[in-house]
Design a protein around this ligand. Structure first.
Ligand code: GCO
Ligand code: MG
Length: 432
């Protein structure tokens, strides 16, 4: 009986063995552990992955934040992912993320992608720390000094929303997203109104698309009156429109020169985006609901999008996102990575590393964290005069204070069901 190569040389992979180092590593640094930290300093559960190495001083952190299914991500990382990569050389980032992705045979959805992202970004952090350089330098270095951001202004009324927008402009923002509440339980991104839309309807809290299509251009007309022509204005539909309704809205918004109009269609209907975009006089932003690299790539390559705004951890981390940034650069699409409060400060650092190193950068969505988040994540980036500047420290330059994180335990707050709350007057659920 012949010997298995694995019996004589631990560097050689046996055919049925995926749990080993497949080639000779350049040194003896190895991954020794992969675990998660879940913390909710702002009430939103943030999941980060910690990768430890055989060098006790060298750990990496990655964003794996999927607030709606955070417990599933934790289980994936700790039960399935860790055992595949412990013992491996941490510099083989592409191979390690492919190993995890393909090990399950069926491709990942958002739970698996967030888990892989946690590993991926932690390995980039480790690579930066070993090189003694910030991650953006590993991506080729900066092509700009900083990333310009937009923040969200919202209100129950147009006036309240524009008051909020004025505050943001006074703080130095050049770009603001405007959202106003709709009657019933028909909108989000702005305060929930309590009202009943139609007492006689089967579902009295239902959303009325006609009212939305009329009210939204009025919001932007008022915004141009009050904020002037220089401020860049954005709006997020959060899906729920048909392709034709999307065109009606985009045309009605043309006089107000939007920077972009986001998520006009639900992902189930993304095949119709090229036709909507061809008829839309305002740029379209799409992508935060993409949960696979190939879906996101199709958005770029099929001509359905002006601004690609994936949630980087939802597509599997920095490694897939940099491929999309390259595809965007080559096709004239711009990036606008998703970055609201359900992105951890590690994820924000990854967004900004992409922003400053990619010629395809368009805009970065920002979020002003509560001070408690900065206590848990020392080094977390702060928006100054609307700009996000990358850290110059090695890796992400953002660490996790685990004792502080433990003071803010996460709960199942109801956010895990929130996206399914919008229904029409007939009671039919409307896809976010
Ligand atoms: C955005 C998004 C978010 C999402 C949120 C879901 O453009 O910032 O639409 O506000 O609704 O990330 O948890
Ligand atoms: Mg959005």
């Amino acid at each position: 009986m012949s010997e298995s190569p694995r019996d004589t040389d631990p560097q050689v992979l046996a055919v049925d063995d995926v749990f080993g180092q497949p080639w000779e590593a350049p040194d003896d640094l190895r991954i020794t552990g992969v675990s998660t930290v879940v913390t909710a300093p702002e009430g939103i559960p943030l999941v980060v992955v910690k990768v430890t190495t055989s060098d006790p001083g060298l750990v990496g952190w990655g964003c794996a934040t999927f607030t709606q299914r955070w417990r599933a991500v934790v289980t994936y990382v700790e039960e399935h992912l860790a055992r595949l990569v412990v013992g491996r050389y941490p510099g083989d980032i592409e191979d390690l993320v492919r190993l995890v992705r393909f090990s399950g045979y069926w491709r990942e959805g958002p739970v698996g992608n967030n888990a892989v992202s946690g590993l991926d970004q932690a390995l980039w952090d480790i690579a930066g720390k070993r090189a003694g350089r910030p991650v953006h330098e590993l991506l080729g270095g900066r092509v700009r000094a900083a990333a310009d951001t937009y923040l969200h202004a919202s209100g129950r009324t147009v006036e309240e929303c524009l008051d909020h927008a004025e505050e943001l402009v006074a703080r130095g923002q050049r770009h603001v997203r405007l959202q106003v509440s709709q009657p019933g339980w028909g909108t989000y991104g702005s305060p929930q109104l309590d009202g009943v839309t139609d007492v006689h309807a089967p579902y009295p809290h239902g959303w009325r698309v006609g009212e939305y299509l009329t009210a939204t251009p009025k919001l932007f007309a008022a915004a141009r009156e009050r904020l002037g022509d220089e401020i860049e204005l954005l709006h997020d539909v959060h899906s729920r429109l048909s392709p034709k309704q999307a065109v009606v809205l985009a045309r009605a918004l043309e006089p107000y020169r939007l920077f972009f109009l986001e998520d006009v269609l639900a992902p189930e209907h993304w095949d119709r985006l090229p036709e909507v975009r061809a008829a839309s006089p305002v740029p379209l932003a799409v992508g935060e609901l993409a949960t696979s690299l190939s879906d996101a790539a199709r958005l770029v390559l099929a001509g359905g999008v002006d601004y690609l705004r994936c949630h980087v951890s939802d597509i599997g981390g920095l490694t897939p996102a940099r491929k999309l940034a390259a595809a965007a650069e080559l096709t004239g699409v711009r990036t606008a990575w998703h970055g609201p409060g359900d992105t951890s400060p590690i994820g924000v650092a990854a967004n900004v590393a992409l922003d400053v190193s990619s010629p395809a950068f368009g805009i970065q969505e920002g979020h002003v964290y509560a001070e408690a988040v900065h206590e848990v994540f020392p080094g977390a980036l702060r928006i100054e005069d609307g700009w996000l500047r990358p850290n110059q420290a090695p890796g992400w330059g953002v660490e996790v204070d685990e004792a502080a994180a433990a003071r803010f335990p996460a709960e199942l707050s109801g956010h895990d069901a929130w996206a399914a709350r919008v229904r029409g007057l007939d009671g039919g659920l409307l896809a976010p």
